[in-house]
Design a protein around this ligand. Structure first.
Ligand code: FES
Ligand SMILES: [Fe+2]
Length: 381
């Protein structure tokens, strides 16, 4: 029997995931189909498919679903409908579209099979004698897709709609003029970390370490009022600004009007981090590369340049370096023969507990059917 991990729903009683969880090859194998295929994954900007009759290849989870990711194709048809299709030809598996382009059809460069922009096969040479052809399997599979703030999201097998994942964030920030956010490539970069992806995420989900790990950030945010709010598939860490530090200028329509918010740190299960600062958004996408290797994309969208270098949203690279050093140390620590698992601070680690609960819920759907007493916490079955 392989280990089946669980975390008690009561944070005051729960133990954290054991160190071996992060090195368990069975968990790593399950993560693809049960966690990443079932959640919503960031595809990037939709700028290349803004016009009717346009195509753009995009790859889902590069480094995880194969080296280059699952090959997908964004296709906006003549009537303006945007779809997310497989970018793999249904004949013998050639990749269809290599670069963004305008087109009125999709033509495979191998044996010239053609599809319309909705993904339906329309023509195939030399198949006159083929029986039971074409069939629905000859059309391009269409993948659940959604968009928010000019960015595309796809899910191979969603556990719930994109709206259910994003709704708490969207409504809390409905006053933000996202259409004014401008992608800024010079403030975007990729980080490679020698650690399991879940260790990176769980570190992000608690502000407990801010006074101990982030001296600079600790000057900008008020640790005493720092708090987490949990939703079904997302959570929010709310950081208020210290006196004299940069804060949002909130309109009366905001539920937080009257407070001085330094940052909204929104996490969307399992690997998306939307960090809103007075200057705009730093979107972090956590891409597992191997069981002990993780790439994190930082993508900046600037709204108010004058606020870029102040408060919680300044010095993001420095904060990232501090986080990476800790996460890599924990990666080593979780290998220890003398470490099993710890406990959660009920005051400060609700977000990390929430992540571990969701992660084990997705990894072991059958856990949900068991009564709490029937399931050994973080035990084996
Ligand atoms: S692989 Fe596309 S037509 Fe043969
Ligand atoms: Fe941190």
């Amino acid at each position: 029997m392989t280990a089946r991990y669980a975390v008690d729903p009561d944070v005051t009683l729960a133990h954290t995931l054991p160190g071996r969880f992060y090195h368990d090859e069975t968990v790593w194998q399950l993560t693809g189909e049960r966690v990443f295929a079932r959640s919503w994954q960031w595809l990037g900007s939709l700028d290349d498919v803004s016009e009717a009759g346009s195509l753009a290849p995009c790859d889902l989870l590069p480094g995880f679903f194969g080296e280059a990711g699952e090959p997908l194709l964004l296709s906006r048809d003549k009537s303006g409908v945007l779809r997310c299709l497989s970018n793999v030809c249904t004949h013998r598996g050639n990749l269809l579209v290599k670069t963004p382009c305008r087109a009125d059809q999709i033509r495979c460069g191998y044996h010239s099979r053609r599809f319309d922009l909705a993904g339906r096969m329309t023509f195939m040479p030399e198949f006159g004698a083929a029986r039971n052809f074409p069939s629905p399997a000859d059309h391009l599979p269409q993948i659940p897709f959604g968009e928010w703030a000019g960015q595309g999201y796809a899910s191979l097998n969603p556990a719930a709609s994109l709206e259910e994942f994003l709704a708490p964030m969207r409504s809390r920030l409905s006053w933000l003029p996202l259409e004014k956010f401008v992608a800024n490539s010079t403030r975007s970069r990729d980080y490679d970390i020698h650690a399991n992806w879940a260790l990176y995420v769980e570190n992000y989900l608690e502000g407990f370490h801010i006074p101990f790990v982030h001296a600079g950030l600790n000057q900008a945010v008020d640790y005493g009022s720092y708090r987490s709010e949990l939703h079904r598939y997302a959570n929010l860490q709310l950081a208020e600004a210290r006196d004299g530090e940069m804060a949002f200028d909130l309109p009366p329509g905001s539920p937080d009007f009257g407070t001085r918010i330094a940052a909204y740190y929104w996490w969307v299960f399992p690997n998306l981090m939307f960090n809103f600062y007075p200057w705009g958004l730093s979107l972090n996408v956590v891409l597992p590369q191997a069981i002990d290797r993780t790439r994190v994309l930082f993508r900046s969208f600037v709204w108010d340049e004058s606020k870029l270098d102040a408060g919680a949203g300044a010095a993001l690279h420095q904060v990232e370096m501090e986080d990476e050093a800790i996460v890599e140390a924990v990666q080593r620590g979780t290998h220890s023969r003398l470490y099993d698992r710890g406990r959660y601070s009920p005051a400060r680690e609700q977000g990390t507990h929430h992540f571990h609960r969701l992660l084990t819920e997705f990894l072991y759907p059958a856990n949900g059917a068991l009564s709490a007493g029937a399931m050994m916490e973080a035990g084996e079955s």
